[in-house]
Ligand binder design. Structure first.
Ligand SMILES: Nc1ncnc2c1ncn2[C@@H]1O[C@H](COP(=O)(O)OP(=O)(O)OP(=O)(O)O)[C@@H](O)[C@H]1O
Length: 321
């Protein structure tokens, strides 16, 4: 049964739960929540709020909320892509969940890719609109070692994962977030790694066909076009087409990689030799050496991943266009 058919209690105010990561954007999310909370009270909009206490907690809270009721529930993420990643992993097995968010992180690629409400008033107007239909999107499922992890934006293996892991571990992230320059730190770490990164060879099997790529900068399996804080790496990725889009950048010099990241702004990178763009429903990627993997910007393991698209797996509430 398609998820959409399970949306019940249409035409009346759905229960709304906010999950707030108070540490996202170095506390910026908490400030945003305090402003939002005031507007919700003013609008007389009933809601419940839950605060995360540690990594992984958003998934746990989501499962707990969704397993306690069988009617449709709206869950609003107040945090960044990491918080959404956890909420989506918690919600995927519950067809009565509708997810939405407001950007309160540093990269915010989910908001870009899925047209999330841009500010408090857009979010509140979406939540107040009882006739608003959710949109059904695909998710990616990955098996990495013993772990199964879902992703909503993308899975990446290689330099992108190395950079996002370094950023997440870095003490500088919070300082950059404080001055609202969270995206800049990704660029700085990327430039720092550009001439030292040891590029592995990677075997890619796409829907049963195996190809070998040498000196791979990164492989990204994308559900929507953006990664790394607004870089439109996979312009052909469509979140509801039942497919994922794989971008492989291999066998080019560091300077040419810089060119890839310049041309990415108008999609010109897809015309560069050794930048591949392929649609798929099932793939495996295996690296010749230990190579980091990220899912939605969070560290997810190393070197080998099996990736499958889960068609029409999640209901989201985008902003009104
Ligand atoms: N109470 C908490 N204390 C510490 N870490 C937390 C807490 N709640 C959640 N986390 C972790 O915080 C991390 C960062 O959150 P999130 O990604 O939402 O914000 P961000 O890093 O500012 O944004 P972005 O991912 O868009 O760059 C996540 O890995 C999440 O698991």
């Amino acid at each position: 049964m398609e998820v959409k058919e399970r949306i019940e209690n249409k035409g009346r105010q759905l229960p709304i739960y906010f999950i707030i990561n108070p540490k996202a954007q170095n506390g910026g999310s908490l400030k945003l929540w305090r402003n939002l909370e005031r507007v919700l009270y003013r609008q007389n909009l009933p809601f419940q709020a839950r605060f995360t206490e540690c990594p992984g907690h958003a998934a746990e809270i989501t499962r707990h909320i969704l397993s306690s009721e069988s009617h449709t529930i709206v869950i609003v993420s107040i945090g960044g892509d990491g918080t959404l990643h956890e909420i989506i992993n918690g919600a995927a097995d519950f067809p009565h969940a509708i997810i939405t968010n407001i950007s309160a992180g540093s990269a915010n690629d989910f908001s870009r890719g899925f047209n999330s409400p841009k500010n408090i008033s857009e979010l509140v107007s979406v939540l107040l609109d009882e006739k608003r239909e959710p949109s059904l999107i695909d998710l990616g499922e990955s098996s990495i070692g013993e772990k199964k992890v879902l992703f909503v934006n993308s899975l990446g293996m290689g330099l992108d994962a190395e950079v996002s892991n370094m950023v997440n571990r870095s003490i500088w992230k919070k300082y950059f977030n404080t001055v609202k320059l969270g995206k800049l730190i990704y660029i700085l770490f990327f430039l720092r790694m550009l001439f030292s990164y040891r590029r592995p060879d990677i075997l890619v099997n796409i829907d049963g066909v195996t190809s070998s790529y040498s000196k791979v900068w990164f492989v990204v399996a994308a559900n929507q076009p953006f990664f790394g804080g607004g870089i439109k790496i996979a312009p052909k990725a469509v979140p509801d087409d039942g497919l994922l889009n794989m971008i492989i950048v291999h066998n080019i010099s560091p300077l040419k990689l810089l060119l890839v990241f310049i041309t990415v702004y108008w999609g010109g990178h897809l015309g560069i030799k050794n930048v591949e763009s392929l649609s798929f429903s099932e793939a495996t990627i295996s690296s010749s050496q230990e190579t980091a993997i990220q899912t939605d910007g969070e560290a997810a393991g190393n070197s080998h991943a099996k990736i499958t698209v889960l068609k029409g797996k999640l209901n989201i509430l985008p902003r009104k266009l």
